[in-house]
Design a protein around this ligand. Structure first.
Ligand SMILES: [Zn+2]
Length: 279
């Protein structure tokens, strides 16, 4: 090939090549400006599906057995409610839904406040011992009737329903501990009597021992006048921790160390009741 032809071919080649590049680039340009092609959306479930790997062989651990359930009812509330409610399911006799309780003759501490403070401490102690604990109230600003509190324990199918109160008497010299349960003839909870009576007995003894209360000042009262016991379908009792109308006992009930003794006494009593160690 002579030089002239080679130059001509080169020139033609360059032109052809240039044209090809131009066409390619124009086509690409057009492609990029096209709306994206519709692609089927991936199924969410598929895209999110985890990679399945065979489960490793696990040594089965024993399922922890949940502890017994105790419902604690810190008695009363900041505002009483005089609205009458039947004292038992279907009863004609009525009683105020709930009162605001008594108060310390020296300290002026309201009973509802003391009841809640001790109940919160008792919950802590019982949970540390493996029980499950539910309080009917965790603040003083609630509106709960006595029957309603028992219905909570029923609904939760509690193993025990313990109502925390403090006592009052017109005689300021009266002091001591008390527990209250229904009678054997209670028309609403009759079948529960042996269990509730045993609970009241063991808590009275254990609480009395813990706070150093002499035998003569320990009272177990059986009555069918307490709505909060009459509606209970689980073993239930009321604990009266002491008399807020007695100046000395009122001061003791306000003392942290004394409250701690009460809590230990009640927790020991519940341990004993659940263990069936009742004499
Ligand atoms: Zn009370």
């Amino acid at each position: 090939m002579n030089r002239k032809i080679r130059q001509t071919l080169l020139a033609v080649g360059l032109i052809v090549g240039g044209c090809a590049l131009f066409v390619l680039s124009a086509s690409l340009h057009q492609k990029m400006n096209e709306p994206p092609e519709e692609t089927p959306k991936p199924q969410r479930a598929e895209s999110a599906a985890p990679v399945l790997t065979p489960a490793p062989e696990l040594t089965p651990e024993p399922t922890p057995v949940p502890g017994p359930l105790i419902v604690l009812d810190p008695g009363h509330q900041a505002q009483g409610d005089d609205t009458p409610e039947p004292i038992g399911p279907g009863a004609e006799e009525t009683k105020a839904r709930v009162s605001d309780g008594t108060e310390g003759v020296v300290t002026g501490i309201p009973e509802y406040e003391l009841n809640l403070t001790v109940s919160l401490l008792l919950r802590e102690e019982l949970e540390a011992r493996g029980y499950r604990v539910v309080l009917t109230r965790e603040t003083n600003e609630v509106s709960l009737s006595n029957a309603g509190r028992a219905l909570m324990a029923n609904e939760l199918q509690a193993d025990a329903f313990v109502r925390i109160h403090a006592n009052a008497s017109e005689d300021p010299a009266v002091r001591g501990v008390m527990t209250i349960c229904t009678t054997a003839k209670n028309p609403y909870t009759g079948a529960l009597y042996p269990a509730s009576r045993a609970l009241a007995e063991v808590l009275l003894r254990s609480l009395g021992d813990a706070v150093g209360c002499e035998e003569g000042r320990r009272t177990l009262w059986e009555t069918d006048t307490m709505s909060g016991l009459n509606y209970s379908l689980v073993p239930a009792c009321i604990v009266e921790m002491g008399y807020m109308s007695n100046p000395e006992e009122d001061l003791l009930l306000a003392d942290d160390a004394y409250r701690h003794q009460i809590v230990l006494g009640l927790a020991d009593g519940l341990d004993a009741w659940f263990d069936g160690q009742i004499e």
